[in-house]
Design a protein around this ligand. Structure first.
Ligand code: GCU
Length: 660
């Protein structure tokens, strides 16, 4: 029996072991005692974070001796680091303890990805000061738009009992440079600021601290009224201001390094300063003043829109641009990457670069609210980079969203970048094994937005699965193709928000709830009629295009020059319009939907060929999810084409797969 086991082990080394994905990309093998005795990891410090750096290297580093040193004088390094290795030893210097920890993970990453770990000359300085996850976790442990189980935070057990996953979470974040987290949903319960909950928040902050992670909270603007019965929460009233000053003081007595507040105000029914005839600046500044003495910041969201006649895509710009220069210097305006809502493809939000005096930060969404939840394999680095690299022309050429937000083009006190987390209680953390790559990619890009999507994918595959080239190459390609595939089978050519009402999983371009808000109805966005399809955002329509700087205004505004992948975002286009490849718009729409489906079928074939390279559990789980994805892609194609065909009145080209 035993013999048989070993024979099987020799023949099928990978597939015998169950692998649940709980280890994420952190699969370092403990270093052999022999090697450990031959090298030293030296550090003169008691600081917990630095000790942790030492400990990680002691446990897993297979290279030569390392000396870790803190030099507070190297100011410009921020929480970055320098690493030098001459073949006989490695020297690591950082200006902050967290820098040494990040350096340790950098070294381990090099080791795990097969790089030279002896000859090193590295200097890494993060692009953003605050690299933050936003958890949309409710206090009852449901997660808004979360597809990986319940919240990690076990509020009923806290503060007494600490789940081991708190540290694992912090370690995973530290390994990719994430240094901050907002624990609760932007649709915030005021309860989070009660004394009871602050004790619990403190316990989490204490667990995260040595990993260099600061805790932030989403604050409900009505907290003074709801929690302590003030007559209102008007930001210009002394009593309300005093309430926040006292609350912030209370928070800092528990959590001396508390980061600050994230606020969703006057958006989708949330309370805010406009309830009292005040502005976003009045609201944000009140909180900023309370936080200022402690170095805290306010991340004030620009995701605001109301059911008015005005195109929803224009409203953030209209509300915020007039307030430029009116915010305190510890307020950062947090702006979603696109002007509507995390769609498979959007142009960048024109507010980026439109407020020269005000720090701005991007909000991405890692959780796949509009990208097939945790069922679809969609690698998001290309989407993140599309926004970061987008040229705004706000200060002429070279004014990308990345350069505006990382302060290359301004002199802002603190820079930040955020993303809505996809993490939950699931064993594999993110629901889909490949969704781990999106958490990873956000962290890596928040540290260095110039990394390529391919490089990030490759290092993630090496660390998460294997370095076998026959696996790495096709999987990297699959990941790289996955974002365009989802755009094709859901919403090609600039279509957007034709999702099923509320849950945002499947298609519902026909959706029309009687009495519902028009800006929540799919027809509001696709505008299909017998003439054509698409949202006219040019001068003849909503003129949202005028919010972009030249030359984009002209480029997007002219149907001839508008990039075809945004065509129906900016134009209402006749069905017979000739596309660049000579097809009619209708035919092209059909081809794109079909291409998305065929791409997913290819992903399945690619994956099926890779069984021999990885463990059986993850292989099968990904395979099953791809089956769901393929079925959903067909559902999307058939639903959208059959629905739009009722308007175009044109046949689906015969060479394409027939609707079921
Ligand atoms: C989307 C999402 C909501 C969320 C909102 C926000 O609309 O569907 O669940 O609350 O974004 O970002 O505030």
């Amino acid at each position: 029996m035993r013999r048989l086991f070993f024979l099987l082990l020799l023949l099928f080394p990978c597939s015998l072991f169950a692998e649940d994905g709980s280890q994420l990309w952190l699969r370092y093998t403990p270093v052999d005692k022999h090697i450990a005795q031959q090298r030293t990891i030296s550090l003169q410090a008691k600081d917990q974070t630095m000790q942790l750096a030492k400990q990680e290297l002691e446990s897993y580093w297979r290279g030569s001796s390392i000396s870790l040193r803190l030099d507070k004088k190297i100011k410009k390094l921020r929480d970055g680091y320098q690493i030098k290795g001459d073949g006989t030893g490695v020297e690591v210097v950082a200006a902050e303890p967290a820098g040494l920890l990040y350096a340790a993970y950098h070294l381990l990453r090099l080791q795990e990805t097969g790089a030279d770990i002896e000859h090193l000359d590295i200097e890494e300085i993060p692009d953003y000061d605050i690299r933050i996850l936003n958890h949309w976790d409710n206090l009852d442990r449901t997660v808004e738009r979360g597809y990986a189980g319940y919240s990690l935070w076990k509020w009923d057990e806290l503060p007494k009992q600490l789940s081991p996953r708190y540290e694992q979470y912090a370690r995973a974040n530290a390994s990719i440079g994430i240094n901050a987290t907002v624990l609760n949903n932007v649709n915030a319960s005021p309860q989070i600021l009660t004394a009871d909950y602050l004790e619990k928040v403190k316990a989490l902050a204490d667990a995260f601290r040595k990993y260099g992670i600061k805790v932030y909270l989403s604050a409900n603007f009505s907290s003074p009224k709801v929690l302590d019965g003030l007559s209102d929460s008007d930001p210009l009233r002394k009593e309300v201001q005093a309430w926040w000053v006292a609350k912030v003081k209370e928070i800092y007595t528990h959590i001396p390094d508390f980061g600050g507040f994230l606020v969703k105000a006057n958006s989708e029914g949330q309370p805010g300063p406009q309830d009292y005839g005040r502005t976003h600046a009045d609201g944000a500044n009140m909180l900023a003043d309370a936080l200022k003495p402690y170095g805290g910041v306010v991340m004030w969201r620009a995701f605001v829109y109301n059911p008015t006649e005005e195109d929803r895509a224009k409203q953030a710009y209209q509300e915020f641009v007039p307030l430029d220069g009116k915010f305190r210097d510890n307020v950062i305006i947090q702006i979603k990457n696109g002007p509507i809502d995390f769609q498979p493809r959007e142009p960048f939000t024109p507010l980026f670069g439109a407020m020269e005096k005000t720090p701005q930060m991007v909000e991405f969404q890692i959780t796949q609210e509009y990208l097939g939840f945790s069922n679809h394999l969609v690698y998001l680095a290309p989407l993140f980079k599309e926004t970061l690299d987008a040229e705004t022309y706000s200060q002429g050429p070279n004014s990308s969203v990345a350069r505006i937000t990382d302060s290359s083009l301004g002199n802002h006190q603190k820079t930040a970048i955020s993303a809505v987390a996809n993490i939950g209680e699931d064993t594999n953390w993110t629901g889909h094994h490949f969704a781990q790559a999106n958490w990873y990619a956000f962290g890596r890009l928040a540290w260095n937005h110039q990394l390529s999507s391919e490089q990030i994918a490759e290092e993630w595959i090496y660390q998460t699965f294997t370095d076998e080239p026959n696996f790495v190459q096709p999987v990297r390609q699959l990941m790289m193709d996955s974002r365009e595939a989802v755009v094709d089978y859901m919403m090609p050519l600039g279509l957007h928000h034709i999702f099923a009402f509320d849950h945002h999983y499947g298609p519902e371009p026909w959706g029309d709830r009687k009495g519902g808000r028009p800006d929540w109805m799919p027809w509001y966005y696709h505008n299909a009629d017998t003439v054509g399809i698409g949202f006219d955002r040019t001068k003849s329509g909503s003129d949202a295009v005028s919010q972009y700087h030249e030359p984009l205004r002209t480029l997007y505004g002219d149907i001839k020059s508008c990039p075809e992948n945004l065509l129906l975002w900016f134009h209402h286009v006749p069905w017979g319009h000739t596309m660049k490849n000579g097809r009619t718009l209708w035919d092209e729409l059909c081809f794109r939907y079909d291409r998305g489906v065929q791409d997913v079928r290819e992903f399945q074939k690619t994956w099926d060929r890779l069984e021999q390279y990885i463990d059986a559990q993850r292989f099968t789980e990904v395979q099953s999810k791809l089956k769901i994805q393929a079925k959903d892609a067909v559902w999307w194609k058939d639903a959208c084409l059959l629905y739009f065909q009722a308007f175009s009145n044109m046949p689906i080209p015969y060479e394409l797969e027939r609707p079921i």
